[in-house]
Design a protein around this ligand. Structure first.
Ligand code: PEP
Ligand code: MG
Length: 547
C-alpha cells in the first residue's frame, strides 16, 4: 500500500510507525455545580500549569522551535481569551467546556482570516488541549516515547511537539493534515527531517508497521518489500555521503558557476546558512522581522537588523526584499482594510506605494546599512506587475543612494513584459511560489488546490524562460528565490532556462549542489527544452529526467 502527500525536503527514511495519540475528546456540554469561582480558579491554575509546562519545553528547544512555543505561551495567557472563558463559566459552562468553546471561537476567527493566521489556529488548538488535560488530570497528548528510532505519524504536529522532536529517535514524519507551509513542514525543513504532509484525513497505518518514506516523491510505502528497503537504505547512505562531502561553490559539471544563496527571515539564521555553504543571501524576507509589530518599525530599528545580517557576508551578495505584506503575511501597520481576495489585493509593492513613508524609511535604513558594511547589498521589490512599477521602485531606491536595485518576478504580467523590465532593473529575482499561484490561479495556502501549486508546470517554466532570455539579452542577472530552487531536478531545469543564481532554504543547499555537479550547461538546457514541451507538470518532470 502507498500513501501520497506533499514531501518536505529530499530525505528518505525507513522505520516503524508510531502514532501520536488522538486529541482529547470534546468536553461535554455540562453545566457546573454552581460554584463559578471554584471553576475559574481551577481554570486559572490549569492555564498556569500548561504555561509552565510549555515554558519548560521552550527551555529545551532551540531557535525556531523556541519561538513557536513562546508564541503559544502568550496565546495561553491572552487576556481576551481569559475574559471569554470567565464569561462562559458565569453563564453556567464547566471550566473544561468554557476553555474548549472560547479557544474554538478564537480558532474560527483565525481560520476565517486565512493564510498565515489560519495556520496559527493549530497552535491555539494545541494550547487548549494542554489546559483541558490539566483540568482533567490526564497526560498531555504529545510525541510518543520510544527507546528505538521511529517514524512518527500524526494528524498534524503541534509546535510544542515538533520543537522537541529528538532527532536521534524520529526518523521521519507523516501527517494526515497540514500543507507545505504548516508548522510540521517548516520545522521538518529547518531540522532536515524527511517529512510527508497531508496524506489525507482517513489515512492510517497500523502501529509498528514498517514504512519507507520518500520525501522527494511524496510517497509512503507501507510494508515495503526487502528490495524496496534495500533501495531506500542505499539512498540514505548516498545522501549521508553527499552531506559529508566538502562544500564547494555551486557549479555545473562543465565548471559553469551557479552561485547558491540562502533564503533567510532573520539575521539569526545567517551563521547556519554560511556553515552550510551559502555563497550569500538571495532572499531576505524583511516582513518576517515585523509580523507582530503594531506600528511601522523605525529607521533605526531596521538599520540595526540589516547591519547584523550584512556583517555575516563581507564581500558577498545579499539580496534584501522590501516588505512583502498582505495575503498570507499581513502586517497590521501596512494592511488594515478587509479584502475579499487578499492575494489579489494591496500587497507587496502596491501596499508600499500606498504608504510611501514606510517604503522610504525601509530603503533609508537599507542605504544606511549599505554604507557601514562590506556586503554587496542588492534591494528588490515584491509583487511587481510591469515596467512602470519597476521604474518607480528602481528610481526610488537609486535616488536614496542604493547601489543595486531590482524587482521580483512573481506576477505573470512582469514575465510577459520581461524585455521592458530588464532595461530598467539591475536584476530580476523570480519568486516561483507566487508566480505559480498566479499563473495557475490557485491559492498557495489552500489544500484543495495544492495540486495546481506545482512550479514544474510548463506554463510556469515558459514564463521563467521569457525572463531568462530577457536577462541574457540585456546582460542582467536573473535569479530564482522560490521553493522551486530547492528541488534539485527542477534547479537544473531552471538553470537551463537561464537562471544565473539559485536561492533556497539553507537545508536544501547540499542536495542542489550535488545535482548541479552532475550536468553540463548543454545538458541542463536540453532538459529545459524537454520540460517546456510537456503538457503537464508531471510530464515536464518525466521529460526532464529522460532528456
Ligand atoms: C515567492 O513567492 O516565490 C517568494 C520567494 O516569496 P514568498 O514565498 O515570500 O512570497
Ligand atoms: Mg512571493
Amino acid at each position: 500500500m502507498e500513501l501520497h502527500g506533499v514531501g518536505v525536503g529530499r530525505g528518505v527514511a525507513v522505520g516503524r510507525v508510531l502514532t501520536m495519540p488522538e486529541p482529547l475528546p470534546e468536553p461535554a456540554e455540562q453545566r457546573h455545580g454552581g460554584d463559578a469561582t471554584a471553576e475559574k480558579a481551577a481554570v486559572e491554575s490549569a492555564v498556569a500549569a500548561a504555561a509552565a509546562e510549555l515554558q519548560e519545553r521552550a527551555g529545551r528547544a532551540d531557535g525556531a522551535g523556541r519561538e513557536v512555543i513562546e508564541a503559544a505561551i502568550q496565546m495561553a495567557q491572552d487576556p481576551m481569551l481569559a475574559d471569554d472563558v470567565s464569561a462562559r463559566i458565569d453563564a453556567g459552562s464547566t471550566g473544561e467546556r468554557a476553555v474548549f468553546e472560547a479557544f474554538r471561537s478564537f480558532q474560527d476567527q483565525l481560520i476565517a482570516l486565512g493564510g498565515y493566521m489560519a495556520e496559527r489556529a493549530a497552535d491555539l488548538g494545541d494550547v487548549s488541549q494542554r489546559i483541558i488535560a490539566q483540568l482533567r488530570g490526564v497526560p498531555v497528548p504529545g510525541v510518543p516515547e520510544s527507546d528505538t528510532p521511529f517514524v512518527l505519524m500524526a494528524r498534524d504536529l503541534a509546535p510544542a511537539d515538533t520543537a522537541l522532536l529528538d532527532l536521534n529517535k524520529v526518523l521521519g514524519l507523516i501527517t494526515r493534515d497540514g500543507g507545505p507551509t504548516s508548522h510540521t513542514a517548516i520545522l521538518a525543513r529547518s531540522k532536515s527531517i524527511p517529512a510527508i504532509v497531508g496524506v489525507g484525513a482517513d489515512a492510517s497505518i497500523d502501529e509498528g508497521t514498517r514504512v519507507v518514506l520518500d520525501a522527494a516523491s511524496g510517497v509512503v510505502t507501507v510494508d515495503p518489500t526487502d528490495a524496496q528497503v534495500a533501495d531506500a537504505e542505499a539512498r540514505i547512505a548516498e545522501r549521508a555521503a553527499q552531506a559529508a562531502a566538502p562544500i564547494t561553490d555551486g557549479a555545473l559539471a562543465d565548471g559553469t558557476k551557479v552561485p547558491l544563496l540562502a533564503n533567510l527571515g532573520s539575521p539569526k539564521d545567517a551563521a547556519n546558512a554560511v556553515e552550510l555553504g551559502a555563497e550569500g543571501v538571495g532572499l531576505f524576507r524583511t516582513e518576517f522581522l515585523f509580523l507582530d509589530a503594531q506600528t511601522a518599525p523605525t529607521v533605526e530599528d531596521q538599520q540595526a537588523q540589516y547591519i547584523e545580517l550584512l556583517k555575516h557576508f563581507p564581500g558577498k551578495k545579499v539580496v534584501v526584499r522590501a516588505l512583502d505584506a498582505g495575503a498570507d503575511k499581513p502586517l497590521s501597520f501596512l494592511n488594515d482594510a478587509h479584502e475579499e481576495n487578499p492575494a489579489l489585493g494591496l500587497r507587496g509593492l502596491r501596499a508600499l506605494r500606498a504608504k510611501i513613508q514606510i517604503l522610504h524609511d525601509q530603503l533609508q535604513a537599507l542605504k544606511n546599512a549599505q554604507d557601514v558594511t562590506d556586503a554587496d547589498l542588492w534591494v528588490m521589490a515584491p509583487m511587481v506587475a510591469d515596467a512602470e512599477e519597476t521604474q518607480f521602485f528602481v528610481e526610488y531606491g537609486k535616488n536614496l543612494g542604493l547601489h543595486t536595485v531590482g524587482v521580483m518576478a512573481e506576477v505573470p504580467s512582469l514575465a510577459v513584459v520581461a524585455d521592458q523590465v530588464v532595461q530598467l532593473s539591475d536584476f530580476v529575482s523570480i519568486g516561483t511560489n507566487d508566480l505559480t499561484q498566479y499563473t495557475l490561479a490557485a491559492d498557495r495556502m489552500l489544500g484543495t488546490v495544492a495540486a495546481y501549486q506545482d512550479p514544474w508546470h510548463p506554463a510556469v517554466l515558459r514564463l521563467v524562460k521569457l525572463l531568462g532570455d530577457a536577462g541574457a539579452g540585456a546582460g542582467k542577472p536573473v535569479g530564482i528565490c522560490g521553493e522551486a530552487a530547492a528541488d534539485p531536478q527542477l534547479a537544473v531545469v531552471l538553470v537551463g532556462l537561464g537562471a544565473t543564481t539559485l536561492s533556497m532554504t539553507p537545508a536544501a543547499l547540499a542536495d542542489v549542489r550535488a545535482e548541479l555537479a552532475t550536468v553540463t550547461l548543454e545538458q541542463a538546457q536540453a532538459k529545459a527544452v524537454a520540460a517546456l514541451a510537456a503538457t503537464t507538470a508531471a510530464g515536464a518532470r518525466e521529460a526532464a529526467a529522460a532528456a
